[in-house]
Design a protein around this ligand. Sequence first.
Ligand code: ANZ
Length: 836
Amino acid sequence: MVGKSLIKSNCDILILSKMSSKKYDYKALAKKWDEKWQEDKIYEPDIDKANKPFYNLMMFPYPSAEGLHVGNVYAFTGTDVYGRFMRMKGYDVFEPIGLDGFGIHSENYALKIGKNPMTQSKISEKRFYEQLHLIGNAFDWTRTVETYKPEYYRWTQWLFIQLFKAGLAEKQTAEVNWCPSCKTVLADEQVLSGECERCGSIVEKKKLEQWFFKITKYADRLLTGLSQIDWTEKVKLAQKNWIGKSEGAKVKFQIKDQGDFVEVFTTRPDTLHGATFLVLSPQHPLVEKLIASKESSTELKNYIERARNKSVDDLEKDKTGVFSGLFAVNPVNKEEIPVWVADYVLMSYGTGAIMAVPAHDRRDWEFAKKYELDIKQVISVPEQAKEESECYAGRGQLISSGEWTGWDSVADFHKILDFLESKNIGKKETRYHLRDWLISRQRYWGVPIPMVFCEKDGWQPVSEDDLPVLLPYVKDFKPLGTGVAPLAQDAEFITAKCPKCGDEARRETDVCDTFLDSSWYFLRYPSADVSASPFDDKRTKKWLPVHSYIGGAEHSVLHLLYSRFICYALHDLGFIDFEEPFTKFRAHGLLIKDGSKMSKSKGNVVNPDQYIEKFGTDTLRCYLMFIGPFSEGGDFRDSGIEGMERFLKRVLKLVHEVSGLSASEYQLNNQSAKKNANSSLDKSEAKAVKDVSEEVESLRYNTALAKIMEYVNDLNRSKPDISSKQLKTLSLLLAPFAPYLAEEMWEMLDGGGKSVHKQPWPSFNEEMLEKDEVTVAVQINGKLRSVIKVASADIENHSKVEEMARADGKVIPNLQGKSVKKVVYIKAKVINFVVN
Ligand code: ANZ
């Protein structure tokens, strides 16, 4: 252990004594400083009185494994570096942590290890919190939030009830996604290419009665709100696409010889004359009607049967269909066109029926080719597109389109819509891809939905005074797979009185989707100790919206969209005065190991514990931040972490060496350092401060560390002529990355007793910076014609500057045909050509 041994002299040069030991004992450092920080409460902002609140949030982990994953440590360190930087910039930083411990992830883990999730949650909590204490983050441990504790989920239930009362929660029978392996329904957002987001099983469709949140009511606001927030672009784009606004029309087609009409939704009403067949989804009501009738073919019946059991992926691979036997009339040209049934048309979108325009839609084109259906071109195809493909999906001038011929797809779009409306053929229509949020789960480990069903009064919310509806301990908690949740076996739980009439009633036995727990946890953190309300008004005003949020991009359309919706709803209900929860969001990259994604099956998951044990927290943190741009992630390599360890040891050695000089050596050192005042080292210091500040501000931690390394090299080269200020600057710059080592250095350098993490971020003198380029004005007869940038090294070189000025694009025409009589150069300012 190194001791406190430096005394600062008047002239800011180190007076030094020998250090007791030079070993880098990172364990002792971590222990020493963790205790001190906790004692001094340096990471606990005054939640009620903070002057410059800065809410630095990271996505809290699911405690669903043996412990933290190194990917968690990566994300948390990256968030923490920013928080520490902002604290040094003078903000009261609040960096909370908690556990998202309800839900399938934790329940499946408990199942796997043969424990009850309620018992396991306590063990996991202990384990995760122990690990989270070891990663060097500036967490405020006085305000943790665990979603599975009644003091938290009581308010999740309160939230459910507020949405129900506002008409935003509803129980509906709907065709829903069913994961046969998780034995529960899934929200649309949890189905990725037809597979369960969590376990990868092929998702099936089931008709079930389920609770939905009406997020679709907010589709437009969730879309326009994106322009107000500073978020990673690709996440905004993912939300935009998921919400998927399409403008178009609903067009009515009459079925020949029948009274039935089929309505289609199209975004390309301009191609109506090119519709050569209609396609109905196998679940379309008219199809149901057809197969119920005697006339329908066995081919049709068989097809429908098969289509119902297909996964979404199969639909993509192979387009199949069957002729329905019906014909429809195209309302603009009265042509009779066949009606097909095909599963590439989804019942859940638009009207579940489309007009097929094979000349201008690729899916329709593939289908028409396969089944030899008519293809009719109605948009004029540009020459080069003709060579590329037979199907042209672009816009253009209308051809073969009756009275629309000559119109333009884009410019006349609204004229076409007006035409359809005036003839009562169609109606303008805006559609969203976004579906309502399916909130109920047939599992055990979640927030009981606080609703009671009464034969007389229907679904009634539990009285708010009776919250929480406690999740009972259920011994046999395994999912049943029958569409009902395990709680349904608990007769005592089910029995309830109707909150309205007091009669016998039954409790809802489904639990909430875990994404509901995480859709509002950031509102709870500042008020984690408040029991009278979910969040205290004053604190919410002070700390929210969250100033900076960092997490994985995989939550683009799950957690990040749900949280936005919940805040919009709470805003409209008057509970909060902002709509957008996260002013700034940055997605971090992913860690890979030796070239491939870390996964248990590959056996390449890095356990952070063993690295912290072997190398220490500071080394692991710095290494993770150095691996690549934080937004992109990088490849975790053992050889890399060893390099980082060497670097930190070099830093410590430097401090030891300089601080280990004897008094006589110091005299010499003092004089030469004085002589070298304003030396290149001062310049290097200023440059390091400038660069590291800029890089950290934009989360380019890898380059920030590279700049710190350059500075360390410069310091090493200048040894021993280093002032204590220059070493202190190093400690300040390192503080966000290597909090323990920096703190220790700070103490050795006699930083004045106050933690390095409470010091102001270093500033620099602009004049100290080596300017690489100088701007020189170019005049002709005293008139400004251009400005050129000259390298600092060339600024004394008159002929070089003149040559550059003569070659300038704006100067050339002004000198053409003129004779230069004289050139006057005022160094680093202006060059004037006198011409006649
Ligand atoms: C005719 C047409 C012609 C279309 C053309 C496109 C191009 P977005 O933008 O995603 O909203 N469609 C409508 N409902 C559908 C369903 N339930 N299942 C599958 N496809 C459906 O897409 C809207 C377009 O997707 C609609 O416009 C429709 O095809 C198809 F040259 O109508 B279009």
